[in-house]
Design a binder for this molecule. Sequence first.
Ligand SMILES: *Cc1c(COP(=O)(O)O)cnc(C)c1O
Length: 356
Amino acid sequence: MQYPGELHEAFAALDRLPRVRLAGTVTPLETMRNLSARAGGAALVVKRDDLTPLAMGGNKVRQLEFILGDAMAKRADTVLITGAVQSNYVRLAAAASRRLGLSCHVQLEARVDRDDPAYRESGNVLLDRLLGATIHRYHDGEDEAGADRRLDEIAAGLADEGRRPYVIHLGQGHPSLGALGYVDAARELVGQVESVGLDVSRVVTASGSGATHAGLLFGLRLLGVPTPVAGACVRRDAERQRARIAAHCDSLSQLLGVDNPVKDGDIVTDDRFFAPGYGLAGEAAREAIRLAAHAEGLIVDPVYTAKSLALAIDAARATSAGGAVLFLHTGGVPAIFAYPDDVLAAVGNDGQAGHR
Ligand SMILES: *Cc1c(COP(=O)(O)O)cnc(C)c1O
């Protein structure tokens, strides 16, 4: 594919960065005919980044290609990562570390006020154990900076023992290497959408750390594609999330050596489906879980993709004319086993009253 001028420069720069291959080929793009009919309004299509080919998949696979590329370039032998107890990122970092022959330490933060056995030990935690990651627990709740500091302390201890640790920080102030995976995904998506002749009016993704949202937005604008990219807030309110996305975009322009193509007014964050908070599903999220399962046989998770699908459905209802709404399925499927109550509550009201 040929790109003019600075565009070419940006993708040439991307292609020169250290990278490991984990994500494989193009993820599927599927029309959700039944769900679209039930939602009413514009067509809904889904890009299946829940099917990236590593340890049950998800968006972090694309992000880890560049993060662990950096780790390998720095000759690290041990990866450290922090996340919520049911973090998909942690699970995929543990899996990717195995693939690359690295050790992995994971820190699980008590961000969600739950301590039942399913939440503590099933879902992603079971997979972390299966993958043989060394597990640390961080008990102080929602404290991004503190969790990163604790991780740095563990890394320092490992370095004292002669290891070569590589820390994946979750807080701000670090280069947005993970977002590069979604700049590349934007290139993939544009080619895919063109090849099937699909008209997309809006892209909807979950927006947590913001790496996925920022990378996609930045990549689309680099390619001259003006389609709005709406981020469903899952971690903080819309205003604070917008600042996160802007910071990631600044970092991306530095990493790629190009002007930032994303204007401030172009960052769309939406927190209407965020409540009651991180890791907790509200009414619309539960409806999205049920609709996806019953209309399409598609599994979405209560932490991330139920909220972004709720936003995609809302967008489809609001735009009856024009192009399709593209829902990026970012994964999270293993987490449903840690949230049996939410999943059952989602289908519990599935009597006549719940059906559209
Ligand atoms: C991490 C995660 C997100 C959020 O992605 P960010 O790049 O951190 O914004 C969305 N969905 C799932 C399933 C995730 O695991």
